[in-house]
Design a protein around this ligand. Sequence first.
Ligand code: KIV
Ligand code: NA
Length: 276
Amino acid sequence: MSNTVLTFKEYKLNNKKISMLTAYDYSMAKLMDEAGVNAILVGDSLGMVVLGYEDTLHVTMEDMIHHTRAVARGAKNTLIISDMPFMSYQTSVYDAVFNAGRLVKEGHANAVKLEGGSVVCPQIKAIVDASIPVMGHIGLTPQSINAFGGFKVQGKSEEAARQLIDSAKAIEQAGAFAITLECIPAKLAELISKSISIPTIGIGAGSGCDGQVLVYQDMLSMFSDLTPKFAKSYADIGAQMKAAFRKYIEEVQSGIFPADEHCFKIEDAVIEKLYG
Ligand code: KIV
Ligand code: NA
């Protein structure tokens, strides 16, 4: 594996930007790995973009293990970070270490990510003490959607901004190797990035972060239920897929597909014996 937690450290030191994408299956992970992305996040966004839930709250440990394993089979050079699902770490430090261990042992993740600030620092420290690298995640933390009252930009007021700054420092102190900053003002994300020695990975947090992450269905325009402002479309794959599906349907109906080159042959003599 050419990308490790040391890559994250080295990139921050050398002012190189870290690229990260989400993936949930073997084929997609392999494509991203071959393209050379530094890290793949098996995000609990799985619940929304793959499993079709309205939020991330219903994702289970079994879901995360299943999809992390698939990604791990496809990604050979990429650091694989697996999200700890809702209620797999909030309940206790013991649960956090136990479930982080499952994502590594059963899911073959290289690192885990969990949401929250100072409150989850005992969990972060304990997981790191078990030799499992941890990525923090602050700002818009989707597992808190019911507490936030929706998907909203975080850290705009002085108090909220101060809390994010303090959280970032506490997460660094707890031993995390990086922090995801989601949906916070760009200037604040830049200042937080400069104030800590571990890299920040932004999503909706501007160019001052040490790296970026996007959900692949967002960057390929494959998910239309939610279209956040920060999700740049790099290719309209959703539309291309729909066009391909329509063409296939037409060709099946008209008999154009399958053609000779898609068919298997049998000796005429065999047919003659069967049907004279
Ligand atoms: O679950 C996810 O995909 C994430 C990223 C958006 C950071 O946590
Ligand atoms: Na997530």
